[in-house]
Design a protein around this ligand. Structure first.
Ligand SMILES: [Zn+2]
Length: 130
């Protein structure tokens, strides 16, 4: 890790975009690892793959914010959603189905590429006459 120490200036380090391999000087606040520096460089890079990556991260972030509100009382379920959002967005799996209580949630990418959660509730009706 290259790091230029100069007390009079903002410390900088060199990070490398993990998609196109382009290096850039980034300003750092405090100590950053090379991995963090590379992530920042990837975020700031404007190559096509980095943009796609940024879009994916954006989708995952929005989905997680939604799940946080919806499942704030069930952290275990929230955790599963968080993994599902990442795996589906990264195309590791096509879809994830999560069942909790009467609800069934399916996480998938729709035809427009939006990260989608489709939720359905099991409705059983029973009428007994004795
Ligand atoms: Zn790049």
């Amino acid at each position: 890790m290259k790091r230029e120490e100069n007390t009079n200036e903002t410390p900088t380090t060199t990070g490398t975009c993990k998609f196109c391999g382009q290096s850039r000087i980034i300003k750092t606040v405090g100590e950053v690892t090379q991995q963090e520096a590379d992530e920042i460089a990837t975020d700031e890079c404007d190559c096509e793959e980095a943009k796609k990556h940024h879009n994916r991260e954006c989708k995952i972030k929005k989905a997680n914010e939604w799940a946080k509100l919806r499942f704030e009382n069930t952290p275990n379920v929230l955790q599963i959603f968080s993994i599902a959002f990442r795996d589906v967005t990264n195309h590791d799996v096509e879809s994830v189905t999560i069942k909790e209580g009467d609800w069934t949630h399916k996480v998938f990418l729709n035809s427009d590429g939006y990260l989608t959660v489709k939720s359905g509730k099991k409705v059983d009706e029973e009428v007994d006459f004795a």
